[in-house]
Design a protein around this ligand. Structure first.
Ligand SMILES: NC(=O)c1ccc[n+]([C@@H]2O[C@H](COP(=O)([O-])OP(=O)(O)OC[C@H]3O[C@@H](n4cnc5c(N)ncnc54)[C@H](OP(=O)(O)O)[C@@H]3O)[C@@H](O)[C@H]2O)c1
Length: 245
């Protein structure tokens, strides 16, 4: 049986991935930082549907807390982890000139350093660890000037994925799943969001289902490692010569 840790799983995309994997028969660890109530409600729903789920709290910018989270997991009776899904992230709409050093650290430490540290520990601790899937962003390779630090952190995940794939081979496959637009952030202007949503080459726009299917694919014996799976309905072709902001 697969036992999966999904970071940032209490709400939004993380909770949708978690629900689907639990319905597939995986035992799931629901990691959260602040949204405790949502995390426990998700756990209760999964258990009442006959699944296996547990919650664990951690600020991923703190490596001591990551170590403690992994101890909670190893001490539990949920079994060894087989898959890690690095989904948690900080999204900030700010250009480089206005970004403060605290904001830089928060983004880099959550979106990049924590992915490296948690993945390293996952690879070292669990004899059964087989897959690492990190959620990137298909927009990160374009010039997101109004989300500069976020884009930098997500872009760097591509190289980190390749380095981890080399480092953990052949035991663990490491891949990056980069979605296009999934869910509007609380601070994203509606008009910009609607405009961006028009960029698509396919008629099938249920991106949450597509991302979940991408996760399922990367959890299967896909033969992929060190790779990026872009799921954005072709939107990257619209962006090629465009300053997205
Ligand atoms: N939304 C989109 O349109 C979109 C597009 C492309 C890619 N993505 C990527 O898809 C993933 C999910 O997107 P989303 O919009 O659902 O994410 P989100 O709502 O921005 O963040 C997910 C979770 O990350 C957790 N988190 C943030 N900082 C943390 C920290 N220091 N320690 C621990 N947890 C922390 C939060 O948990 P708590 O709530 O419990 O505090 C939050 O709920 C992200 O990696 C994102 O970059 C999203």
């Amino acid at each position: 049986m697969e036992t999966v840790l999904i970071t940032g799983a209490a709400r939004r995309l993380g909770s949708q991935i978690t629900k689907s994997l639990a319905a597939d028969g995986c035992a799931v660890w629901i990691h959260y930082m602040t949204h405790r109530e949502e995390a426990f409600a998700l756990r209760d729903n999964i258990i009442s549907d006959g699944g296996q789920a547990e919650c664990v709290q951690c600020d991923l910018t703190n490596t001591d807390q990551i170590d403690h989270m992994l101890k909670v997991i190893t001490d539990s009776n949920m079994g060894n982890l087989t898959t890690l899904i690095n989904n948690a992230s900080v999204f900030l709409r700010k250009d480089l000139q206005k970004t403060g050093t605290d904001e830089w650290d928060q983004i880099m430490n959550t979106n990049l350093k924590a992915v490296w540290y948690l993945s390293n520990q996952f690879a070292a601790i669990f004899p059964t660890s087989r897959k690492i899937i990190t959620i990137g962003d298909a927009n990160a390779t374009s010039c997101m000037v109004q989300h500069a630090t976020y884009a930098l952190s997500k872009h760097a995940l591509k190289l980190l994925t390749e380095q981890m794939a080399l480092a953990y081979a052949p035991k663990i496959s490491v891949n990056l799943l980069s979605p296009g637009l999934v869910m509007k952030g609380d601070h994203e202007p509606e008009a910009i969001w609607n405009q961006r949503q028009k960029r698509a080459l396919t008629n099938n726009h249920n991106i949450i289902i597509q991302v979940i299917n991408g996760v399922r694919y990367l959890m299967s014996d896909s033969g992929m490692t060190g790779a990026e799976l872009i799921i954005d309905n072709g939107a990257h072709l619209f962006r090629k010569n465009e300053n997205l902001g």
